[in-house]
Design a protein around this ligand. Structure first.
Ligand code: HEC
Length: 358
């Protein structure tokens, strides 16, 4: 089940980590390196036991990045099982979710990763598909290496996927002119270029996708509210997994099956990702520091917890307000600083779609 991308990322993880680790301050090198050796030993043991390919990334595996290293931690199964539907080709073009959401890249994909895959496969890795991997899906030549290099330049150098969205029939605007340097100049379907959002830390989402389009009745999904969270989020993620397979993997809609959707959502919701090693700091979860993904798994969360305009927020200020009369706009009598009084007492209404990300 291992894809080429997963294999190359794994090698990159190890090789880059060794290069990177030698830039760490001396006192942390030993800890970091012993962690890496342990990880390598575990992975080798797993490879040995399975006889051929590795199919599991245990919790505690670090993946190098320019700032140090990140870790993706799963609250189920002790790590990432690389055999689940998230890692399977469920469409027709060879792509899986992991083609663009790589464990080595905090469940997104970095341009360096894409460029490496381009070099290793001469631009044949499944991420290089004209449906949305190339700058435009027409007027390109992908029959030669030079042609592929040009056609996939935004993906190679920026990690960008072309997200083409039709202008809705009910739009209250008109597209009069499109000037797209790559040739996608249609005015009924607009090409936007977006990095894969990390498919991790999803517990904290208030809307699925950049534009919230997988959390709106317009696509048959549900707006995520305090009152329907987390059911709405789980249902939206299941729906998203089907749309992602149809659009990115050119699937026919039969996969993921309802059971596979559930597996994907369970897999995604179990993941937490954070930087665990800082280049000049060493471990970010040692000596009382709360960095790293494990601390995220127990972070209290409810929808709108970070919103300064949610009526629940004043509960965070309970000590200050304890002796106050009930929170009714205009009746707050404590000597709060002016800005805070305004924030606590003044009701706001926010118009527009549910795209706010907490
Ligand atoms: C070709 C690359 C590609 C593939 C394959 C792919 N994705 Fe994505 N994914 C993206 C991009 C790009 C975005 C952001 C697009 C946007 O918001 O418009 C995204 C967004 C997401 C998000 C939204 C996260 C958030 O914060 O809102 C989730 C969840 C996700 N993908 C899961 C999946 C799953 C599950 C699969 C497989 C069924 C999959 N993706 C396959 C590129 C990909």
């Amino acid at each position: 089940m291992r894809t080429f991308a997963q294999q190359s990322s794994f090698m990159r993880c190890l090789s880059q980590f060794f290069v990177r680790s030698f830039r760490l301050p001396h006192q942390y090198k030993r800890n970091v390196l012993s962690g890496v050796f342990l990880t390598v030993a575990t992975l080798i043991a797993i490879v040995g036991v399975s006889g051929k390919q590795f199919s599991f990334i245990p919790n505690g595996t670090f993946f190098a990045n320019p700032g140090g290293a990140s870790e993706t931690y799963s609250t189920t199964s002790g790590g990432i099982d690389l055999t689940g539907p998230f890692f399977q080709s469920m469409g027709t073009n060879g792509r899986s979710c992991a083609t663009c959401h790589q464990p080595s890249d905090a469940m997104s994909v970095a341009a360096a990763n894409v460029q490496q895959r381009f070099s290793l496969t001469q631009g044949q890795d499944p991420i290089f598909r004209t449906v949305d991997g190339s700058n435009c899906n027409h007027s390109i030549d992908v029959s030669t290496l030079a042609g592929r290099s040009a056609a996939y330049s935004l993906l190679r150098t920026r990690g960008l996927i072309r997200i083409a969205i039709a202008v809705p029939a009910s739009a209250d605007y008109q597209v009069v002119s499109v000037n797209n340097p790559y040739g996608c100049n249609e005015s009924d379907v607009i090409s936007m270029y977006r990095r894969p959002l990390p498919s991790t830390n999803l517990r904290f989402l208030s809307a699925v996708m950049f534009d919230g389009r997988e959390s709106t009745p317009a696509t048959g999904t549900t707006k995520i509210l305090y009152s329907n969270y987390p059911t709405s989020l789980l249902n939206d993620l299941a729906h998203q997994s089907v749309d992602a397979t149809i659009n990115h993997a050119q699937g026919d809609g039969t996969r993921p099956t309802p059971a596979e959707q559930q597996q994907i959502v369970n897999f995604e919701m179990a993941l937490s990702t954070a930087q665990t090693i800082g280049n000049y700091l060493g471990r970010l979860d040692a000596h009382g520091a709360n960095g790293g993904p494990v601390a995220l798994t127990t972070k209290p969360f409810f929808l709108s917890i970070n919103s300064s305009v949610n009526p629940l927020v004043p509960t965070l200020e309970t000590p200050l307000l304890r002796s106050s009369t009930p929170l009714t706009p205009g009746r707050l009598s404590l000597p709060l600083p002016r800005g805070r009084r305004l924030r606590v007492a003044k009701p706001f209404s926010i118009p527009g779609p549910s795209t706010s990300r907490v």
